[in-house]
Write a protein that binds this ligand. Structure first.
Ligand code: KIV
Length: 296
């Protein structure tokens, strides 16, 4: 927690965001300069604060919260209303990152009007810079509608988890010449329709390289090898907190889950043994002034 008074802290935040806020143009400049950008998922305020302070360029309010946060088998059961509330918290914690709202399944399965409305709400209510959606080849029209509404749209290709209903369905895509060619064709179509960025999930490095060569927008990889302009990971996977063995492309950079487990076990022991609460964890009574009747 900051030790500054709230108004001073707010002014400091505004000063940073005025000068340092990362926008799409900034990510494009990084691509042009050959500098890679780092994106992570975030579903809450403390994670957002840590990510921005660590220099993460972009955060994704991912529908992976369905599996990671809510414990579902698939990413389909994530209410838009929940994503908006949590997204707003992420924006409060990270005012300067390029923030993307991930279009949940419920917003994608009705019609394009519903999708457009959800995308607007991500920008208006959660303060997102843009949205991402998992696109089928025939969804070029939706990209055009989002873009003409002024919404910066990242198109997610390759493995599309909303099309998967159990853990066995998570398989790498575009692993043969024909499906690689389809991927590149989709990438061209989506960028011609105005996609601001592409996100490729679980495809071979060669496929990502072909897409990067075919389009001029930034390409974000999620298990797509080194050619991509930026990379995204699910934060809890990277921190060893998701309770499952993460996919092969995820480097587990800290064992936060183990640390938390050990701390919780120490807490249980301390409560059970009576070591907690100790005197330093308790409130003393206020000292009473001596009453006249007891004064000699
Ligand atoms: O929801 C999510 O976290 C994602 C990433 C895996 C790219 O879409």
């Amino acid at each position: 927690m900051s030790s500054r008074p709230p108004d001073q802290q707010q002014r400091a935040n505004q000063a940073v965001s005025a000068g340092n806020r990362i926008d799409l143009a900034g990510l494009r400049r990084m691509k042009a300069a050959g500098r890679k950008f780092a994106m992570l998922t975030a579903y809450d305020y403390p994670t957002a604060i840590l990510a921005q302070a660590a220099g993460v360029h972009s955060l994704l309010i991912g529908d992976s919260m369905g599996t990671v946060l809510l414990g579902h088998e698939s990413t389909r059961n994530v209410p838009l209303a929940l994503m908006l509330v949590l997204g707003e918290a992420v924006r409060r914690g990270a005012p300067d990152v390029y923030l993307i709202g991930d279009m949940p399944y419920e917003a994608m399965v009705v019609n394009d009007n519903v999708a457009l409305d959800a995308a607007r709400r991500f920008c208006d209510e959660a303060g997102c810079d843009g949205v991402k959606f998992e696109a089928a080849s025939d969804q070029v029209g939706l990209v055009e509608r989002l873009v003409s509404a002024g919404i910066e749209t990242t198109v997610h290709l390759g493995l599309r988890p909303q099309s998967v209903t159990n853990r066995e369905g998570y398989r790498a895509q575009a692993r043969d010449a024909a499906s690689l060619a389809d991927l590149v064709a989709d990438a061209r179509r989506m960028t011609a329709a105005g996609a601001a960025m592409l996100l490729l999930e679980a495809v071979p490095s060669e496929a990502a390289q072909a897409v990067v060569a075919a389009v001029d927008v930034p390409v974000v990889g999620c298990g797509a090898g080194p050619a991509c302009d930026g990379h995204v990971l699910v934060t809890q996977d990277m921190l060893g907190m998701s309770g499952i063995r993460p996919p092969r492309f995820v480097p587990v950079l800290a064992e936060v889950g183990k640390l938390c487990g050990a701390a919780m076990r120490r807490y249980v022991e301390a409560v059970s043994s009576g070591a907690y609460p100790a005197p330093e964890h308790t409130y003393p009574m206020r000292k009473q002034p001596a009453s006249p009747s007891t004064t000699p």
